[in-house]
Ligand binder design. Structure first.
Ligand SMILES: Cc1ncc(C[n+]2csc(CCOP(=O)(O)OP(=O)(O)O)c2C)c(N)n1
Ligand SMILES: [Mg+2]
Length: 522
């Protein structure tokens, strides 16, 4: 039965029905899904083929984990939902120990906004639309649709399939007018204003400002660990927070806001601008204020300290010096992906990016392994929407290992990603080859330092195995040459594996990572 398609005939199977309710042949019958990242096996190979037949672009990944990282990234860039489709055992064999019997729907519920198993093939379009809508309405999040084995095999008369019209974009939510006025009143009184946004790169920009700010405008950012829960000493104890979020439950999390506004950021900021334009005299935050002066001084101090590190070109290089070389080459409009511990943290501040949605990294969860999947999604996006834009994927040597084999996917689809491995022989702190060799006579399972990976590992050879270009480099000159050649190659991926010092570290921070906040003192 598998491999036979009935889409032009009077009968439909579940896989064809899913594909057509995902696609956008007509607004009446499909949700407009553009990309599917997946991995297939018997009996769902036909699902990928049915998707392609419907005009949906299919990217065959090497495992589901990386596929879902890629799907989440392309959703982030295109504003589309993330729908996960999985298979489960035949309903008829339920509780008998069927092949892959597991409560998929139940266990996905914890990790998704909506999780379902369609009640019949005919109703699949209903579930697909509902999943799509749940994913993008309110705070966006992933959804799960489960297809049991018996449905994959069965067919139903086409005329019984009930298609559902395409889900419209979410209705825009506005905040209450009275709260907009209160927020603008408060902003006008601020002597030391700061704002935090959901995009991580802007966070670093305002980091210095947050500590002494009397009023903070929080645009969709959460007061979670990244923002030290909004608590002292990172924030003033009397800080007044104007919080805007699309999710009502987020308002007041950890710090009661002076003004809480629920709504879509675009709409609420539109309301802010309207209210501001009505006021006279015009509200201007003076750039000659003492506050600006203090901030500029802090910025300058920071800049000099980074510059000193960057200019120290002793080989093996430190992180800052390596990134300084990278900065000389990568275009300002590149999409930068980064993951690792020091590699990610330092690249966030040293590799600037000025355009929104041009930096993808391990984010709030700090999940290692997202990098190659994110890079694949970004490269696919550039291929279709910004052909001249380049994707640069900066990874620690440990981070690369998590989904490293996805470089086969990269090469197979000829995605010209430039990978940069910041190789310090391990996880954050490591040792050189001497230490590795000195363990020769010992039981490595007992003696091998847990953070240390193989010294001088030739990760670039993994890419070369599939047709990409690899470079193993140590010096600034070698980095320059390798990066120039990599950027010039627009047909295939490259990897520049930069050996840095195993002793290299992050600069001293005023507030260290996960500075512990005592809930009882908040
Ligand atoms: C899925 C997952 N597993 C483990 C970790 C723990 N972890 C945090 S950073 C990191 C790797 C850091 O090493 P590397 O990528 O080489 O960057 P470096 O700090 O050495 O520059 C690991 C394993 C994690 N964050 N996520
Ligand atoms: Mg490392």
């Amino acid at each position: 039965m598998l491999g036979i398609f009935y889409s032009d005939s009077l009968y439909l199977d579940a896989l064809t029905t899913i594909a057509s309710s995902f696609a956008c042949k007509t607004l009446e019958s499909g949700q407009g899904v553009e990309y599917v990242f997946g991995i297939v096996g018997i009996p769902v190979i036909e699902l990928a083929m049915a998707m392609q037949k419907e005009g949906i672009k299919y990217i065959g990944m090497r495992n589901e984990q990386a596929a879902s990282y890629a799907a989440s990234a392309i959703g982030y860039m295109t504003g589309k939902p993330m729908i996960v489709i999985g298979g489960s055992s035949e309903r008829e064999q339920d509780k008998m120990g069927a092949f892959q019997e597991y409560p998929q729907v139940e266990c996905s519920r914890l990790y998704s906004k909506f999780s379902c198993q369609p009640s019949s093939i005919a109703r699949i379009p209903f579930y697909v639309e509902k999943a799509y809508r749940n994913s993008i309405y309110g705070r966006p999040g992933p959804v799960y649709i489960d297809i049991p084995g018996n449905m994959v095999m069965a067919q139903v008369p086409e005329k019984t399939v009930r298609y559902v019209p395409q889900c419209p974009p979410p209705p825009r939510m506005c905040a209450a007018g009275v709260d907009v006025k209160r927020a603008i009143d408060l902003l006008s009184t601020a002597k030391r204003a700061a704002y935090g946004q959901c995009e991580a790169e802007l966070k670093t920009l305002v980091e210095g400002a947050l500590q002494d700010a009397d009023v903070v405008l929080l645009l969709g950012a959460r007061l979670n660990w990244i923002l030290h829960f909004g608590a002292p000493p990172r924030f003033r104890p009397d800080v007044k927070i104007i919080q805007i979020d699309i999710c009502p439950e987020e308002i007041g999390n950890n710090v009661p806001p002076a003004v809480g506004l629920v709504g879509d950021l675009k709409s609420v900021l539109g309301q802010f601008n309207e209210e501001l334009s009505r006021r006279s005299p015009k509200f201007v935050f003076s750039s000659s204020s003492d506050w600006w002066k203090t901030l500029n001084e802090k910025l300058e101090k920071n800049r000099i300290s980074v510059q000193n590190n960057s200019e120290d070109k002793t080989v093996p290089l430190n992180y800052y010096a390596a990134f300084d070389e990278v900065n000389k080459i990568i275009p300002r409009d590149a999409i930068v992906i980064s993951e690792g511990a020091n590699t990610m943290d330092i690249s966030r501040t040293c590799i600037p990016n000025s355009l929104p949605r041009h930096r993808l990294d391990a984010g709030t969860f700090g999940t290692m392994g997202v990098g190659v999947g994110f890079a694949i999604a970004a490269a696919v996006y550039c291929r279709d929407y910004a052909p001249n834009k380049r994707v640069i994927c900066i990874q620690g040597d440990s981070a690369f290992g998590f989904s490293g084999f996805e470089v086969e996917t990269v090469c197979r689809y000829r995605l010209p990603i430039v990978f940069i491995i910041i190789n310090n022989n391990g996880i954050s702190k490591s040792f050189g080859e001497e230490v590795f060799n000195s363990l020769e006579e010992t039981d490595r399972l007992l003696s091998h330092p847990p953070t240390v990976l193989s010294p001088n590992a030739r990760y670039e050879k993994v890419l070369e195995a599939f047709g990409g270009n690899g470079y193993f480099v140590n010096t600034p000159e070698e980095i320059q040459k390798a990066l120039k050649e990599s950027m010039a190659n627009k047909k295939q991926a490259s990897m520049v594996n930069i050996m840095i010092s195993t002793m290299a570290d992050r600069r001293q921070q005023a507030f260290s990572w996960l500075d512990s906040v005592q809930p009882s003192k908040m």
